[in-house]
Write a protein that binds this ligand. Structure first.
Ligand code: HPA
Length: 236
């Protein structure tokens, strides 16, 4: 048991898929996993461990933002011996050449967050994906004939901002989209010398103020979940 996860030692698999929303973790476990077990419910942040095509894996939620994913992934790497964490989330595209439902495999994450500086003394404002997850996702997408965009993303600290201009960190680093967690995940993985990747479905186009509906969100996340699970069976 760690401070924020109640699973017993051995109840978390070496590979963890991590949506932001606990109910999405539940939905994935119920619809994609076999012989799964709910192993932690602390703060209603659900973790399920089960099997996908014979591979043992855990689906657990991160909550929203770098502080939240920072806590869960730190404890998973440090206290549960987790080797690989793949975030599966949504993002808002900064450019109109990107379409709703596109899937982005994050090559790196840039952020104004002070998480990495104050946790580890890292001065960088961006970290690349860690280990082989990124490459495995690309190879799996190719095999499944699923188009995937690759590039850096912006792990934005605020969701709501008063300035409509594209932030400088986005322009300088050619970030494709905004999400809120990959930066802390990649920083933790770097610190613990573990693997981390991040798959995102485009749920809104920021300049066009376009957004997918709740029902569309469910369907489109199914495609990304399949890609994540099919990738996970070839990692480790
Ligand atoms: N900003 C930050 N995170 C997000 C967004 C966004 O526009 N859309 C989905 N996740």
């Amino acid at each position: 048991m760690s401070i924020h996860i109640a699973a017993k030692p051995g109840e978390i698999a070496p590979i963890v898929l991590m949506p932001g929303d606990p109910l999405r973790a539940k939905h994935i476990a119920e619809n994609f996993l076999e012989d799964y077990k709910l192993v932690s419910t602390t703060r209603n942040i659900f973790f399920f461990t089960g099997h996908y095509k014979g591979k043992r894996l855990t689906i657990g939620a991160s909550g929203m933002g770098c502080p939240s994913i920072g806590i869960y992934t730190y404890e998973l790497y440090n206290e549960y011996g987790v080797e690989c964490i793949m975030r599966i989330g949504t993002c808002g595209a900064y450019y109109t050449h990107i379409n709703l439902f596109d899937i982005i495999n994050a090559e790196a994450a840039f952020s104004e967050s002070t998480y990495a500086k104050f946790a580890f003394g890292y001065e960088e404002d961006g970290f690349p994906h860690q280990g082989n997850v990124f490459q495995t996702i690309n190879a799996t997408a190719k095999k499944l004939k699923m188009p995937v965009l690759t590039g850096p993303v912006h792990s934005s600290d605020p969701f709501y901002r008063i300035d409509p201009a594209v932030p400088e960190i986005v322009v300088n680093n050619k970030c494709l989209a905004a999400e809120m967690e990959a930066f802390a995940l990649f920083a933790n993985a770097k610190h613990f010398k573990k693997q981390a990747g991040c798959l995102l479905t485009v749920s809104d186009i920021i300049p066009a103020r376009k957004m997918i509906t709740a029902e569309e969100r469910e369907r489109s996340l199914g495609e990304m979940t399949t890609l994540a699970l099919e990738s996970a069976i070839s990692i480790l």
